[in-house]
Design a binder for this molecule. Structure first.
Ligand code: OKP
Ligand code: ZN
Length: 327
């Protein structure tokens, strides 16, 4: 028996990444959601002299038709107007600069293209390394640092192309209230969120589980502060993975926020890079068994730039299948 089996077709290409200079152009240096987050990722993973391990693929703006499915048309227009008018605050901590509309269009475009490339088989695994984040943006308003809901746009693109079962797993330390709202009564999208609770934005109790046809297709796991890798893996192994396995998703999307990291200044959790790899490995395995390997991560929060960069790296390795899922 030989040990040099060639890699499976699914493991032959590295995870594709989606990046743009615009993701650093939306910036407020005195805000935790600033361009230094992207700069740290760039420096660690995409700088000379080390050639990047991950192929970078091109993409454009998200189509307005998709954004106007996720959001009200007047909200999309309002964001354009506020940015063009020189910037504004959308809420107490959500800034808009003159570059923000362009950046937000491109961020949603990265997520949409990552999904399109995943579905076509061109790049089954992808990571959209975007800013601004998206999971708090509801159909009618941006909030919590989020302008457009990038991952919801990506899911809508997949549904528009005929997929009947899309899973969204949100491990950002904050509840993904916007994503939940978009698909709350939709049984084609299984939304699983684990988050610190009670905490911003205040939603995401266990009793929020979908409505109408969507009842049972939203799963919230609120956790008290202080939980680490072992508790998160337990949530996956006991709650998310059984539900996801039964759902048989044709595509898995990850709202990949890194503010549950122990070093994060906003979150109160204790995850490390290994925890993110363990969660990713479980989802990647499931994608290989039910979704033809189709799995796309979209960056959400994570406010310690160096912990963020290390955690993104460990997620990429796990998506590539080079990190086993044990913690
Ligand atoms: C964005 B993402 C109370 C504090 C508000 C907003 C946090 C937004 C996090 N005013 N904090 O989920 O990482
Ligand atoms: Zn967050």
């Amino acid at each position: 028996m030989t040990n040099d089996a060639s890699p499976s077709p699914l493991q032959q290409t590295r995870t594709a990444v989606y990046r743009s200079p615009l993701f650093a152009a939306h910036d407020n240096p005195s805000h935790p959601e600033n361009q230094r987050r992207i700069a740290a990722i760039d420096r660690r993973l995409f700088s000379e002299p080390n050639q990047s391990d991950w192929p970078e693929l091109p993409f454009g703006d998200a189509p307005l038709s998709i954004l106007e499915t996720v959001h009200n048309a007047w909200y999309v227009e309002r964001l354009d107007r506020l940015a063009t008018g020189g910037g504004a605050m959308l809420d107490h901590d959500t800034y808009i600069t003159p570059q923000s509309y362009e950046a937000a269009l491109k961020a949603a475009g990265a997520a949409v293209t990552a999904v399109d490339n995943s579905m076509s088989g061109f790049a089954p695994r992808g990571f959209a390394l975007v800013r601004p984040p998206g999971h708090h943006a509801t159909p009618e308003k941006g909030m919590g640092f989020c302008l457009f809901n990038n991952i919801a746009a990506a899911a809508v693109s997949a549904l528009n192309q005929g997929l009947e079962r899309v899973a969204i797993v949100d491990w950002d330390v904050h509840h993904g209230n916007g994503t939940q709202d978009v698909f709350y009564d939709d049984n084609r999208v299984l939304f699983c969120s684990v988050h610190q609770y009670p905490f911003y934005p205040g939603t995401g109790g266990r009793d929020e589980c979908g409505s109408g046809k969507g009842e049972g297709y939203t799963i919230n796991v609120p956790l008290l502060a202080g939980q680490g890798n072992a508790q998160y893996v337990q949530v996956f192994d006991q709650l998310f993975m059984p539900a996801l396995t039964a759902f048989e998703p044709e595509l898995i999307l990850i709202s990949a926020g890194y503010d549950a990291h122990v070093a994060d200044p906003l979150g109160g959790m204790r995850l490390t890079e290994e925890g993110f790899a363990a969660m990713t490995a479980r989802l990647t395995d499931l994608a290989d068994s039910t979704a033809a390997g189709r799995i796309v991560a979209v960056l959400e929060g994570g406010y310690d730039p160096s912990a963020l960069a290390r955690s993104v790296e460990s997620t990429l390795h796990a998506l590539d299948g080079v990190i086993p899922g044990g913690v």
